[in-house]
Unconditional design. Structure first.
Length: 80
């Protein structure tokens, strides 16, 4: 993804289903190449982002999941 702002981005992955969205718990993450710093925190990701820069990460989920995924990102300080 490409950052739309500069700062700490909280990134959550959810499984999209017929009933409701369910959080996909991230257990491990790491940056790829010269990408931004990324940490795993409370099952989601925190990424140090710079506006316009591409973010590349590798992650591991707590449980195996093969369905559709929704990615939600929020720049720290923004309202959900």
């Amino acid at each position: 993804m490409t950052a739309e702002g500069t700062g700490t981005v909280n990134l959550k992955l959810t499984a999209t289903g017929i009933q409701k969205e369910e959080l996909l718990y991230v257990t491990e993450s790491k940056k790829i190449k010269n990408s931004n710093e990324v940490t795993t925190k409370a099952g989601s990701l925190e990424i140090d982002a710079k506006k316009g820069e591409r973010i590349c990460i590798s992650l591991t989920l707590k449980q195996k999941y093969t369905g559709p995924i929704n990615v939600k990102s929020l720049l720290k300080g923004e309202m959900a």
